[in-house]
Structures are given as C-alpha cells and as structure tokens.
Design a protein around this ligand. Structure first.
Ligand SMILES: Cc1ncc(COP(=O)(O)O)c(C=O)c1O
Length: 402
C-alpha cells in the first residue's frame, strides 16, 4: 500500500496554533463543557447590508465567471482610490493585486521573491502565519523581539542588528496581531532611517487592522511616511477585519510592478481569481459609506477598556493597554512558578493556558505561539457579557494559584 508522506517543505511547517486552540475548545464544548473561546481572530459584527446587496446584485447581473486572475479593474480602481484617500499613496492599477484574503497576498509575495537562504525579519510577537509562510516559500525567518516595556514594537537598533546581507524582507504589522501595538509616524520614520541604509531590504507592511484604532490615534503606513522606501515596499491590506468580511476572502496589495507581475504569475498557476462575487462586494466596501467603521471601533475600544481593567485585577497578570486591533497581550510572569489546584506547577504560558482551559473553561492562545513568552492573547471580538464572564473566570483562576 502506498503510504503518504509529507513533502520536505511541509515538514518544516507547523499547523496554525490558534486554530488548534479553537479545535480543542470545540472538543470540550462537544463534551458538554461551557467553554468560552477567546481565540478567534474575527469581528463578531455582520457584513454591512449595502455590501451584501452589492454581492446579490452581482450574482443577478451574471458576474459569476472567471475574472482577471489578480482582480477586476473596478476593484483595482477602488483600491487605488482607497490608498490615495486614506494613506496619501499614489499607485497605478498595474501596481495592484487582489487575492482570496490577506493571507494569500503575503504567501504569494514570499513565493514570488524568496530563494533558499533568504532571510525575512519577523518582529515578535508576530502573527502566527508569518514564519511558516516564509518557511513554505523556502526562506528563513529571523526574529526580532519587541519588548513589552517598549509597547512590543520593533526598535531601530533591534532592526539594525537583525539585518544581514541575506535579508530579503522586513514584515511590519500595525496595528499588531497579537499585541494591538500601533506604530506612530515618528516610530516608522525611525525604522525608515535604518532601512534607508540597507537598500537590499524590502518591506511588507500588513495593514489589515488599519481601521481598528483607539484613543484618537491617526494611522501611518511606512511607504507614506518614508517615501524613499516606496520603490521597495509592498503595502498589504484587505476587507476582512475593517468590513467584517472574513468569510468573503478578499485581500489586496500595492507595490512595485515587477513584484505584482510575479505574484500574478503564481496566482495564475495556483488559485486563479478570487471569487467574482466577493470582488464586487469589496468594490462596494471600499467605495461605499465608511461611517460604521468608527462606530465599530468605538465598541471595540469599550471592550478593550473592560478587558484591560479586569485582567489587571487578576493576581499575577499585567495587561498593557493596546492602541488598535481587537487583541490584548497580557504578561503572566507573575503566575509562573505557582501551583494550580490540580497540583501542577505552572512553568510556561502554554501550561498557564492549558490549566486555565481545564479549570475555568476559558480558551486563550499562549504567547509562545506568537514568539514571545510568558504572555497570552485574548481576542475581545465578542460581547461585553461574555468578556465579563471570561475575565471573572481568569481572575478566579489566578486567585487559585498558590
Ligand atoms: C495580521 C493579520 N494579517 C493578515 C490576516 C489575514 O487576513 P485574511 O482573513 O484576509 O486572510 C490576519 C487574519 O487573522 C491577520 O491577523
């Protein structure tokens, strides 16, 4: 009998740890446990009605066939307008590419550009998929730590130390998943000074959470504030988080034409075009009313305040206040070395999360999954009632540690 064996490339990669936590939570729920899962990375709001209507109209118009592989012209124009209007960035439609979600945009960029031995600087804590996408594309992730004391952000001197002659890309993500950290224009300029000294380094900026910003923060993206880097920056974004469209699968980017063309070659030989109907929905998302965005951000900010206050009321936890996205990334340094009622001594954030799930039935993702311990990530994209209950359970769990 033929025995299946994974390719050597795939063996370098691990399955998504966030999805693994969600699966474990579902399993416990099936066993009748009242699990609260705070591991999902998607807004709990519905897709706005005008966007759904645009999709229905597209179906009725017969927009149900293959399209240009990297996006319909109407969506590319809407993306060009978006970058001009919101980021002050000038692109031609030939510099724009659309994929089935933000994830494949990053994957395609890596596949299009990396050779074995090429290094990609991934600031930690990082979104779980970056290192594995780099590995899948044959590259080597190089981690650069952002300390909690400096808001989990990459400092210019840390970036400088991570760059080698083999560095191909730096991946930036602001607001950050998992820390919620947001880079100011000045902080990006600081990183820009380093990057200007290293012209062989390209920058991929993942701006997925651009619109989920708090406390009156204004958004800045690196190609805008350091124009000298425009020629080697891929600015990536998507409709998943801002427009509550995670299931529609539309992500996009803009950057230098040769890179966009190379990505198009990959798309043409792999996924082909993103769903035609979802593309028309995304045209409406980008061109239609935007007023619900600040309203939804205000709801997220209220939830953030609730979660940060309650977690800081838990013994042994310190929770910094993030400025964007819908995650908090609290430290559990004060719980390490303590004994849970089960008798287990907690020696890592993974064990903290495991005991919390067993004892109080709250699912969170441990910090090691994001490359920085001892922390955990909570997604607060759920109701205040659920968040209050979950944080009370976390407080009770922490109080039970001896
Ligand atoms: C930082 C970051 N980038 C990209 C993505 C991917 O978004 P999409 O669902 O559009 O593929 C996510 C989704 O969780 C994310 O958190």
């Amino acid at each position: 009998m033929a025995v299946f064996s994974e390719s050597d490339t795939l063996k370098r990669v691990k399955p998504s740890p966030t999805l693994a936590v969600s699966a474990k939570a579902r399993e416990l729920t099936r066993q009748g446990k009242k699990v609260i899962s705070l591991s999902a990375g998607e807004p709990d709001f519905d897709t706005p009605e005008n966007i759904c209507d645009a999709a229905i109209k597209a179906i009725k118009r017969g927009e149900t066939r293959y399209t240009d592989v990297d996006g319909i012209p109407e969506l590319k124009s809407a993306i060009v307008d978006k970058f001009k209007r919101e980021n002050g960035l000038e692109y031609k439609t030939t510099q724009v590419s659309v994929s089935p979600g933000g994830k494949p945009v990053i994957y395609n960029a890596m596949m299009a550009s990396l050779n074995p031995g090429d290094e990609v600087i991934v600031p930690a804590p990082y979104w779980v998929s970056y290192p594995d996408m780099v590995l899948l594309a044959g590259g080597t992730p190089v981690f650069a730590i952002g300390e909690m004391e400096t808001g989990f952000k990459l400092k210019p001197e840390t970036l400088e130390a991570a760059i080698t002659p083999k560095t191909k890309w730096l991946i930036l993500n602001s607001p950050s998943n998992p820390s919620g950290a947001v880079y100011t224009a000045d902080e990006l300029r600081g990183l820009g000074e380093v990057l200007k000294r290293h012209p062989h380094v390209w920058i991929l900026t993942d701006d997925m959470y651009e619109h989920i910003l708090f406390d009156g923060m204004t958004y800045a993206t690196i190609a805008q504030v350091v124009p000298e880097l425009y020629e080697r920056t891929l600015t990536m974004n998507g409709v998943s988080k801002a427009y509550s469209m995670t299931g529609w699968r539309i992500g996009y980017c803009a950057g230098p034409e040769p890179l966009i063309k190379a990505m198009s070659k990959i798309i043409s030989q792999s996924t082909s075009n993103p769903c035609s109907i979802a593309q028309w929905a995304a045209v409406e998302a980008l061109n239609g009313p935007q007023d619900f965005i600040p309203q939804r951000s205000a709801i997220f900010q209220k939830r953030r305040d609730l979660v940060v206050a309650m977690l800081n009321g838990a013994k042994g936890i310190h929770c910094p206040t993030p400025e964007g996205a819908f995650y908090v990334y609290p430290s559990v340094a004060g719980c390490i070395g303590k004994q849970a009622p089960s008798g287990k001594i907690i020696t890592s954030d993974e064990e903290f999360a495991g005991e919390l799930l067993q004892q109080e039935e709250v699912a969170v993702v441990h910090g090691a999954a994001f490359g920085l311990s001892p922390f955990f990530r909570i997604s607060y994209a759920t109701s205040e009632i659920v968040l209050t209950e979950a944080c009370s359970r976390i407080q009770r769990f922490c109080a039970s540690l001896k």
